[in-house]
Design a protein around this ligand. Structure first.
Ligand SMILES: NC(=O)c1ccc[n+]([C@@H]2O[C@H](COP(=O)([O-])OP(=O)(O)OC[C@H]3O[C@@H](n4cnc5c(N)ncnc54)[C@H](OP(=O)(O)O)[C@@H]3O)[C@@H](O)[C@H]2O)c1
Length: 486
């Protein structure tokens, strides 16, 4: 096809329907340059393979950006995923996210545990729960993708525990988590090939020295982020040494490996927040110039390739741990202090001390809050009791009043009836006497009809304790008839 076309151009000249050659060259050149740039900035793809089926993976930051792309890939390969997220297990986003992942990957072994990296107590709660198991739980991999970046121009932020947020989330929480999980990692069988994969960032190169500290005046979002990544790298290498120093009961060498990964710059939510300065106008500009972000930054899926390489590359288990991976290959660290044992020792000790201090303070606060809560609950209970007693007393008073009222009414009624009865009796007596009979009042018919209201002997016969009411009646009846028989 191109040859006949070129022959046609050669013999008959340049066709009129084609744009002029210079313009064509420009268009082709532009398309070529864009394609090349895109190809270059997308980075390399992971070619390593590893059977991930059934492997237990703990992953932080698995709900966003590079972490989410890594999670999807590992879930598709059948790994058992435990997402460590700050979201509550009942959070609707998280529930939908896990449901969606399960449907897309056909893998039901995807779970979530609540771990807020900005809260050291939350990290401790999860990690101690994890190691509190006999025999030790299976653990194949820990991927630490979670990170935070305060947008440029924003003020310094502290966690509720009083630690600068970038330092705590990006470094201190990971230090704390791996510190507590260390026994769980060391207890894995020799042939398990456990990996601790830690994404870092090339910004570590520009970070100030760790022992110099970072005071409030010198703090900027960029330096805080870079410093946290440098600290993470120093710790990662020291942690590998800590693992290697462990003497296994079976005398076999330690095969757990720490792998540092620089994923490259990617269009993730974190990066978007950084570029837009977390503002609406920034987001507007980002959308207008999105083509540049698309061209120069990797997709989260491509950025995840180096992380997946760190997870799957089999050669990594045969070399000492703590390697730095970039573009799916091993690269050297650009800073010497990453391997400085003195720096690592100081960092480790200072971090231990900081965690101890913060945890103690928080424990006191929690104890105080608990006391206050218990006090409040007791107060509420007492108030409730008092209310119930008041209600009970009111009900009793009401009942007594009703009783008194009933008695009063009864008495009044009885008095009225007695009065009416007396008059009736008089009338009837007169009538009966007149007629010489006993009609009208049934008590005249038989002594048992003699009722209380009529129990008043008309003829001065006093009813004593030994007189029978029936006899009394006779008295009355007989009295009526003028016969007294007592
Ligand atoms: N993107 C890049 O260009 C780039 C470049 C170099 C290195 N990296 C590194 O690659 C890793 C992933 O970056 P990314 O851009 O994909 O990140 P991202 O999109 O910003 O996601 C960060 C993740 O961390 C989680 N997270 C933040 N604060 C947390 C906390 N307090 N507790 C628990 N989880 C918390 C977030 O959870 P929520 O979803 O709940 O907020 C989210 O899942 C990071 O370590 C980053 O430093 C990224």
């Amino acid at each position: 096809m191109p040859l006949p076309f070129l022959a046609h151009v050669y013999y008959t000249g340049y066709p009129t329907w084609l744009p002029e050659p210079l313009r064509l060259l420009k268009v082709l050149g532009t398309v070529g340059a864009v394609t090349l740039t895109k190809w270059y900035t997308s980075g390399r793809s992971n070619r390593s393979e590893r059977n991930m089926h059934g492997r237990v993976v703990l992953i932080t930051g698995g709900t966003s950006g590079i972490g989410a792309a890594t999670t999807l890939e590992l879930a598709q390969r059948g790994a058992q995923i435990v997402l460590l997220t700050r979201l509550a297990p009942t959070d609707s986003f998280l529930v939908d996210y896990i449901d969606d992942l399960r449907t897309r990957t056909g893998n039901q072994m995807i779970y979530a545990e609540q771990v807020d990296l900005a809260d050291l107590h939350s990290v401790r709660q999860f990690a101690t729960k994890w190691i509190d198991n006999a025999p030790p739980r299976r653990l194949d991999m820990i991927v630490l993708c979670a990170a935070t970046m305060v947008p440029p121009g924003s003020p310094r932020v502290e966690t509720a525990e009083g630690v600068e947020v970038t330092w705590q989330v990006n470094f201190l929480a990971n230090f704390h988590l791996l510190g507590i999980l260390s026994p769980a990692i060391r207890a894995q069988p020799f042939d398990r090939d456990v990996r601790i994969v830690i994404p870092t960032c090339s910004s570590y190169i520009s970070a100030p020295k760790l022992d110099a500290g970072l005071d409030r005046e010198g703090w900027t979002p960029q330096t805080a982020y870079a410093r946290s990544k440098l600290a993470l790298m120093v710790f990662a290498r020291a942690y590998q040494k800590h693992l290697d120093a462990y003497k296994r009961p079976d005398q076999l060498p330690m095969t757990a490996r720490v792998v540092l990964v620089d994923p490259g710059l990617a269009r993730t939510p974190g990066m978007r927040r950084w570029l837009t300065r977390g503002s609406l106008w920034g987001l507007g500009l980002y959308l207008v110039f999105y083509v540049f972000a698309w061209l120069l930054l990797k997709s989260p899926e491509m950025a995840a390739q180096s992380v997946l390489f760190g997870v799957m590359e089999s050669s990594l288990v045969r070399v000492p741990g703590g390697r730095l991976i970039k573009e799916c290959m091993e690269v050297d660290c650009a800073r010497k202090d990453v391997d400085d044992e003195e720096v690592a020792k100081k960092l480790w000790e200072a971090s231990d001390k900081l965690i101890e201090r913060v945890e103690k303070q928080q424990a006191v606060k929690r104890a105080k809050a608990k006391k206050e809560r218990e006090k409040d609950e007791k107060k509420k209970e007492e108030e409730q009791k008092r209310d119930e007693e008041k209600k009970k007393t009111a009900a009793q008073v009401e009942e007594i009043e009703a009783l008194v009222d009933a008695i009063t009414r009864g008495k009044a009624k009885a008095a009225k009836e007695a009065k009416d009865g007396k008059q009736t009796y008089k009338k009837e007596t007169q009538e009966t006497t007149k007629k010489g009979g006993r009609k009208g009042n049934p008590s005249h018919l038989h002594p048992v009809f003699f009722t209380d209201k009529l129990r008043r002997p008309p003829f001065h016969i006093v009813a004593g304790p030994y007189t029978s009411p029936i006899a009394h009646g006779y008295v009355y009846q007989d009295g009526q008839r003028g016969v007294t028989r007592l």
